[in-house]
Design a protein around this ligand. Structure first.
Ligand code: HEC
Ligand code: HEC
Ligand code: HEC
Ligand code: HEC
Ligand code: HEC
Length: 628
């Protein structure tokens, strides 16, 4: 078991200077960001012209005789960040910075965040203005996911997949399934619908065929977008650092694990017990009420919980009907406020974001975050021991390294309920956290001296995402089944923290100050830090995206922290000073009275100051020596 005193885990906040007058843009081209997989406008391409709005005619409805939950794919999807990934103001602000930092980098961002516009050949320069069609802002649309093809051919897959894969092999762009991620998806050039069902009674999709696709129920379906390496860098094993690759050329090995590991959610999952045996949750916290056995394995198990209901507004027709285990397209994660910002900034006719949908989505996110961890608090004499256990399918938190964080807030209260001492105080008006006084879990990236020399960006901790080639810290809590060797191999080893093999929890110890009667311990999650938002606003020299994101962030309450776990415990008096029996910080008459009342043989008594099993003269002398 590893013990981390809070002081050991705390990071010194470095001042990150946003604007560098002498910054030189990295002379990359879109060639540096080239990835295998289906390339834009494949042969025989039928447009993704059917936007999510066309699907809503049938896949949007509220009355499907499940009174407890909305099951409509469209309504649930609309409230997910993936539906809004190209409208997300934080993303748009970050793309502007990426383009400033490395020429054409935005083309890579668009690939994953707006794959329909990208696949339609409308992303050529990396500029967001390339995405001019309204459908492009549908982000990861229904059509996109349901045109995705399994990279590994099997007899259960649609027969035409063999040709689709062969065409990629012939063109030299077949993506190695052992190295997924980086937007290396394969999609059907034809506008057919692939999904998990093999018993659809009636095809209402006109000319579009329905194909049964087991791949849609596998975690590897999510892999192309939920692992992200930066191809501007390649791992130098001899020197144990990342080197900048040659400009205007694809990554030399195209091995995702050689690239700078910006996000490793899929690989974290792949090297956890979830990918292997699965993890059984007797309390049913994940998976929904339609899950067959409560054993969580795939991403879909937790992020598309199953419930009773329908897929189509015409469920009352005999050929369609309801199902006991439909997959809810909620895709809740860690984003507590951006869905609200998208609601505020964009026309609801296109986003599907009514107030109800926003509220439902925010509630689901809060519920998932509460399910993500368990917290145990125990007093150990003058020490408060807190264990936070990660029950998510990957690191906690995972994904986006910039801005996400969790921390412990500990308040010690005296007998009148006043705060004696606080760790991790958060100012709800200024959005500032007293990080130095508590345990924070997070990842922070940095820029090496070498990259600094090349670009003029300050070395050290940095939010210049595409230029970062180091982790300053990554103390995020590993998942069940973690091993150091496996995580090292995927570039996701802990940095600035140690976790033993198998350890999927983190221990923190705090000293209990004298005079405390109660401890209130709260674990908070925050999606976006103020420092990151300030950076996006202040480092932007090209457009208004940073200011727009900042304004949206302020309007939505500056990413209010949400509670993951909270406990109040009554404390046994802490005798810091020998003789301060009631723990009020002074040795006085009250303590003397307690001592006298316990006089005589007394095992474990608070007045047995010398621990002799007897309250007597020695204890009295100790008390008197400290009197005052
Ligand atoms: C991010 C990718 C993604 C997006 C976007 C998406 N889906 Fe799905 N959908 C899936 C996956 C994955 C499954 C299967 C889940 C499983 O089997 O575990 C699924 C299942 C389905 C099913 C079958 C449900 C059942 O009973 O099992 C329907 C119908 C469906 N999707 C329709 C839609 C519609 C309509 C939209 C847009 C409003 C949409 N999907 C958007 C990934 C997506
Ligand atoms: C391989 C696919 C992929 C690529 C390429 C990609 N992203 Fe992302 N991005 C993601 C995923 C997945 C998430 C969600 C992670 C999470 O929520 O923690 C995300 C989240 C984000 C967020 C957080 C948004 C928010 O509201 O908090 C920002 C900002 C972002 N990406 C910026 C970029 C930029 C800038 C680029 C290009 C330099 C880029 N991304 C390229 C997959 C990708
Ligand atoms: C005219 C009505 C209608 C429209 C419009 C419609 N669908 Fe469907 N769709 C259905 C019905 C009915 C089913 C079968 C539901 C069931 O059996 O539970 C279905 C099933 C599906 C499935 C599941 C296929 C499988 O094998 O798992 C997917 C995926 C899907 N639709 C995607 C879409 C997408 C994407 C759009 C928009 C581009 C769309 N649908 C538009 C009626 C429609
Ligand atoms: C056992 C349940 C479980 C499984 C399996 C699981 N997740 Fe999660 N996931 C969670 C929980 C709980 C959270 C919220 C805590 C957090 O943000 O890390 C979460 C959060 C996320 C986030 C948002 C992170 C953030 O802070 O923005 C992404 C993205 C994500 N998961 C993707 C995936 C993918 C992809 C897979 C499969 C490779 C997967 N998850 C498997 C439970 C799970
Ligand atoms: C085409 C790329 C793509 C695919 C495929 C994809 N995702 Fe995502 N996903 C994204 C991007 C991009 C984001 C970030 C959107 C944003 O924050 O603006 C994201 C965000 C998320 C989030 C975070 C939501 C939040 O509130 O923080 C979850 C959870 C998630 N995806 C789950 C899944 C699961 C589960 C699958 C597979 C069934 C999947 N994704 C497939 C690209 C993808």
């Amino acid at each position: 078991m590893q013990k981390m005193m809070w002081i050991a885990g705390c990071v010194v906040l470095l001042a990150i200077s946003p604007i560098q007058a002498d910054q030189v843009q990295l002379p990359t081209t879109t060639a540096d960001f080239f990835q295998p997989g289906t390339q834009p406008l494949p042969d025989g391409f039928q447009a993704f012209e059917v936007s999510s709005l066309s699907c809503l005619n049938c896949h949007q409805f509220e009355d499907d005789d499940n009174p407890d939950e909305i099951t409509s794919p469209y309504i649930n999807y609309a409230g997910s960040m993936m539906a809004q990934s190209a409208r997300d103001p934080v993303w748009r602000a970050a793309v502007s910075i990426a383009n400033q930092d490395a020429n054409g980098a935005g083309e890579y961002c668009i690939r994953c965040h707006a794959p329909m516009g990208w696949g339609s050949g409308r992303s050529t320069t990396g500029d967001l203005d390339d995405l001019w069609q309204p459908d492009d802002t549908d982000g990861i649309g229904c059509s996109f996911c349901h045109r995705m093809v399994d990279p590994i051919f099997s007899a259960e897959n649609p027969a035409q997949d063999a040709d689709i894969l062969q065409a990629l092999v012939d063109a030299g762009t077949y993506p190695d399934p052992a190295h997924p991620g980086n937007g290396r998806f394969i999609f059907d050039p034809i506008d057919d619908r692939r999904g998990p069902l093999d018993d659809v009674g009636i095809n209402m999709h006109g000319a579009s065929q329905i194909w049964h696709s087991p791949h849609h129920s596998e975690a590897s379906f999510c892999a192309p977008c939920h692992d992200l390496g930066n191809p501007v860098f390649t791992w130098n094993e001899a020197e144990q650092k990342y080197d900048v690759t040659s400009m205007d050329a694809p990554h030399p090995t195209q091995d995702v694990y050689h690239m700078f590991p910006e996000q490793r959610t899929y690989s974290e999952w792949l090297h956890s017990d979830f990918a292997d045996t699965g993890v059984y949750f007797p309390d049913g916290r994940f998976g929904g009420n339609g899950h067959p056995d409560g054993v969580m394995k795939s991403c879909q198990d937790c992020h598309m919980p199953k419930t009773y209901g329908a897929n189509c507004a015409f469920w009352y027709l005999p050929d369609i009907g309801t199902r006991p285990d439909i997959d809810v397209h909620s895709f809740a994660g860690g984003n507590t406020w951006v869905i609200g910002a998208v609601h505020d900034l964009w026309d609801p006719t296109y986003t599907g974001l009514t107030d109800d949908v926003v509220n439902m989505s925010m509630q689901r996110t809060a519920d998932l975050l509460a399910a993500a961890s368990d917290m145990d608090v125990e007093q150990n004499e003058a020490q408060l021991d807190i264990r936070v256990t990660n029950w998510s399918g990957h690191k906690l938190p995972t994904g986006m390294p910039e801005g996400r964080r969790m921390w412990l807030n500990v308040q010690y209260l005296n007998s009148t309920g006043d705060i004696v001492e606080e760790h991790g105080a958060y100012d709800w008006l200024t959005a500032e956290l007293d990080a130095a006084s508590t345990q924070v879990w997070e990842a922070r990236l940095g820029v090496s001296q070498e990259v600094s020399d090349l670009t003029g960006v300050d070395a050290g901790e940095s939010y210049h995402l595409v230029l970062c080639d180091q982790f300053v810290i990554d103390n995020r809590i590993p998942p069940v089944g973690f091993t150091n060797a496996a995580f090292e191999a995927i570039g996701a080893a802990p940095v600035g923290a140690t976790y033993a093999d198998g350890q999927h929890w983190s221990d923190t110890a705090y000293e209990i100050p004298a005079g405390s009667e109660t401890a209130v311990v709260t674990m908070y999650f925050q999606t976006t830090t103020k420092e990151f938002m300030e950076f996006l606003r202040d480092a932007n020299t090209t457009d208004n995206n940073g200011q727009e994101a900042w304004d949206a962030y302020v309007a939505r309450g500056m990413s209010p922290p949400v509670i993951m776990d909270s406990t109040t415990i009554e404390l046994d008096p802490v005798t810091d000073v020998p003789g301060d029996i009631n723990g009020d910080g002074v040795v006085g008459v009250d303590d003397l009275l307690i001592l006298l009342s316990q006089w005589g043989p007394c095992d474990g008594c608070s007045a047995d100051l010398d621990g002799s099993g007897d309250v007597g003269v020695d204890d009295l002398l100790l008390l008197l020596a400290n009197f005052g």
